[in-house]
Design a protein around this ligand. Structure first.
Ligand code: ATP
Ligand code: MG
Length: 286
């Protein structure tokens, strides 16, 4: 995908992979480590959109670093050696331990919306988790639910799966561990967010295994790319004020039928997204 990022590898680092948003590099000087650089690219509906959102990579990185510093009792992939992060990507890069990633997107939902809401309307359940009747879009769930997805290859859509399918993919013990750890982190994060007047509606984690066989929380965490955050006060009065890429999703949904190349984002959508991401960072960390 990214010959561009490959050619702009930081000095001493080799490009190994680019996802929709992040570029990964390794270096013979840092065995077992990876440099994860968050770009300003934005994706929605599994598409990378144009143009990029200025400052987004830095905001995502700052959010992830802040959350890793708050979460207790959960091992994460961060290597605390900021000196090893090359100057040209400082602020939007993390040095991490290379993990063997589980092919599962560990989604946790505290509120019903998005694809969860659509599935609920058809089946009264989400990913095999039965829910009470009468819930509306945006309602708080009786308790947070774990609704994993199978991580698709680049360019494919992730597929919502139930717990039984997760067991087939990663085994009983790991499946249970992923669910337990995801719900635990979600619980901690929701509480911290609520103290700041924010609701964590849903989020997605990725876990991997380190070379000692231990489960480690990887990727980005609790960012506005991987999560839905809502203003608590607005929610209480029946409105949705979100600090994530909902504005982009809504704008796209009105203008793109899902085939061919998506239209470039209007400047006001890009500006609004930058502002929302910045405000989330300020409200959480300020
Ligand atoms: P895809 O993984 O399909 O490319 P994506 O578009 O979400 O999805 P990005 O988030 O842009 O990808 O790239 C980050 C990639 O790095 C992901 O594939 C993620 O699984 C992987 N990753 C994150 N942390 C680690 C780690 N510690 N070790 C190895 N891989 C990691
Ligand atoms: Mg990702």
């Amino acid at each position: 995908m990214s010959d561009v990022s490959a050619s702009s590898a930081p000095a001493g680092w080799e490009h190994v992979y680019s996802g929709k948003v992040r570029d990964l590099y390794t270096s013979p000087e840092h065995p077992g480590r990876m440099l994860v650089v968050a770009s300003d690219r934005i994706s929605a509906f599994d598409q990378v959109l144009e143009p990029p959102v200025p400052g987004k990579g830095e905001t995502l990185t700052a959010l992830t670093l802040w959350w890793f510093g708050r979460l207790a009792g959960i091992r994460n992939h961060l290597v605390d050696d900021r000196g090893a992060v090359p100057a040209e990507v400082r602020g939007r890069a993390m040095l991490v331990r290379t993990l063997r990633m589980h092919p599962i997107e560990c989604v946790v939902r505290g509120y019903l919306t998005g694809s969860g809401w659509r599935e609920y309307q058809r089946s009264r359940s989400v990913c095999g988790v039965p829910l009470p009747d009468g819930l509306r879009d945006g309602d708080r769930l009786p308790e947070p639910i774990y609704t994993p997805a199978f991580k698709a290859e680049l360019g494919q859509h992730d597929e919502n799966i139930d717990f039984a399918r997760t067991v087939e993919l990663v085994g009983e013990e790991t499946a249970a561990e992923l669910r337990r750890a995801s719900l635990e982190v979600f619980g901690q994060a929701s509480e911290i967010a609520e103290q700041r007047g924010l609701l964590l509606a849903d989020t997605k984690f990725e876990f991997g295994v380190d070379d000692e066989g231990r489960l480690v929380l990887g990727d980005e965490v609790l960012t506005s790319d991987s999560s839905r955050y809502w203003d608590a006060e607005a929610h209480a009065s029946g409105r949705v004020e979100s600090f994530d890429k909902q504005a982009v999703r809504d704008w796209m949904a009105e203008r793109w039928d899902g085939t061919g190349t998506p239209p470039p984002l209007a400047p006001e959508v890009v500006e609004r997204t930058t502002a929302r991401y910045r405000e989330l960072l300020a409200r959480l960390t300020g």
